[in-house]
Design a protein around this ligand. Structure first.
Ligand code: GDP
Ligand code: IMO
Ligand code: MG
Length: 428
């Protein structure tokens, strides 16, 4: 099974990092293809806990080559802080490859992210403030700075000057900030050039050659389907392609080479930041999901909004990603609920909607239509086969599988690498 894409099927934080880590020892390359250090992946290996932001989760697996693809945006300071922290903990990070075409997040874009959020007031998006949106905007606006620009000082200065010619009037006149100095910005970026140079290659060439010789590649998405700039709840989204198609544009590997697309979904749902979330709970059940599931952001520490599993969202994710497999995580968090509601459709303005409404306003007003399933009380964290699960937990998984439109291939029953039930091999 040479090329597998792994995406979030909900609003992020589904446990993609754990799923990638689980497969890590059997893949030769783990490729991050979108987003930047807005992502936060927590991986637990025995007593060790790692929080990764910019680096692909494959970095923790000896022998696996982690790749930062062209679709990623890189904050150089964060890159080296993360690499140094892992090195200090004994992780070998020497195999990391970085695309020469990936865009950089200059410090002025972190500033732009924060001031625009503040300026939006009540209409803010709740971004992570990492400069992600402004950097993708620069890329599309053709005023972005790329990794390869670090190796040509003249070009780098020209490009920074070009970008700041647009941004400084905004910063000064609209946002009441100090103008950013071209030379200071160039010097800051250049200070990382020699350190990153040995990692920089034509990653698309490397990855295609690896496929030619039969290596296995795992493309790991940051964020998730409902945060995708095209398919998500725009404008309450991130600024990149977090769905399966992004794996191609963000890496330079063509769609004919992708064999399988794995969606990761929690057994319930969460969201960080603003935007519609039909099954959101504002009661004790929501608080319980947050506390038992430890639903606090890996990146910003914000409490995550919590709600019930939404099969309309799951069917949508199944469609727009072409999912072949679903990994259901955090089933253990549902233990002890007497009844577990599952959203099967919406109701908006008196009309039942079985699929995602094409109009975002209808989605904002959508009320979930629930079916209630029976819960279970037994501790399931030690279950390692489907038969180990209490019958009601089995029924819950089968019900959401049926309603989600994709077969369930693995089930998470705890944060640790081993706390997983595998129903179908994800790589075979
Ligand atoms: P990602 O962004 O999709 O990689 O997910 P995050 O790491 O942000 O959030 C998922 C959280 O759930 C992490 O703290 C994981 O350690 C934890 N986790 C993953 N799978 C399971 C599971 O099956 N059960 C429990 N209890 N925790 C899990
Ligand atoms: P992982 O990879 C959850 C959310 C932010 C905000 C919106 C836009 O860990 O699943 P941005 O800074 O990207 O411009 O913010 O997207 N967001 C995430 N939510 N998990 C993530 O990543 C996220 N990355 C961004 O909270 O609502
Ligand atoms: Mg996360």
């Amino acid at each position: 099974m040479p090329a597998v894409v792994l995406v979030g099927a909900q609003w992020g934080d589904e446990g993609k990092g754990k799923a990638t880590d689980l497969l890590g020892s059997r893949v030769q390359y783990v490729v991050k293809f979108n987003g930047g250090n807005n992502a936060g992946h927590t991986i637990v290996i025995g007593d060790e806990k790692y929080a990764l932001h910019l680096l692909p989760s494959g970095i923790l697996t000896p022998g696996c080559t982690p790749v930062i693809g062209n679709g990623v945006v890189i904050d150089l300071e964060v890159l080296f802080v993360e690499l140094d922290a892992l090195t200090e903990r004994g992780v070998d990070v020497s195999r990391l490859l970085v695309s020469a075409n990936a865009h950089l997040i200059p410090s002025y874009n972190r500033t732009m992210d924060r001031v625009t959020e503040r300026f939006l007031g009540k209409r803010m998006l709740g971004t992570t403030g990492r400069g992600i949106g402004p950097t993708y905007a620069d890329k599309m606006n053709r005023v972005g700075i790329r990794v390869q620009d670090l190796f040509d000082e003249h070009i780098l200065s020209q490009k920074v000057e070009g970008a700041l010619t647009q941004k400084n009037p905004l910063l000064v006149k609209i946002f009441n900030r100090r103008a950013v100095d071209v030379d200071e910005t160039v010097a800051e970026l250049l200070s990382y050039a020699e350190r990153i140079r040995p990692m920089v290659v034509d990653t698309a060439l490397v990855l295609n050659k690896a496929l030619d010789v039969g290596d296995t590649l795992l493309f790991e998405a940051g964020q998730a389907t409902m945060l995708d700039v095209d398919h998500g709840t725009y404008p309450f989204v991130t600024s990149s392609s977090a769905t399966a198609g992004g794996a191609c544009t963000g890496s330079g590997v063509g769609p004919t080479r992708i064999d399988r697309v794995i969606g990761v979904a929690k057994a319930y749902a969460t969201r960080v930041g603003e935007g519609p979330f039909p099954t959101e709970l504002f009661d004790a059940d929501g608080d319980r999901l947050r506390e038992v599931g430890r639903e606090y952001g890996t990146t910003t520490g914000r409490p995550r909004r919590c709600g019930w599993y939404d099969t309309v969202v799951a069917r949508f994710a199944s469609r727009v990603n072409g999912l072949t497999d679903l990994v259901i995580t955090k089933l253990d968090v549902l233990t002890g609920f007497e009844k577990i509601p599952v959203c099967v459709a919406y109701e908006a303005d008196g009309v039942r909607l079985d699929e995602m409404p094409p109009n975002q306003s209808a989605f904002h007003h959508a009320k979930p239509v629930y079916e209630e399933l029976d819960g279970w009380r037994e501790d399931i964290s030690g279950a390692r086969s489907f038969e180990d699960l209490p019958v009601n937990a089995q029924r819950y998984v089968r019900a959401i599988e049926e309603l989600s439109g994709t077969r369930v291939s693995a089930i998470g029953v705890g944060p640790d690498r081993d706390a997983t039930i595998v129903l179908h091999d994800l790589l075979d």
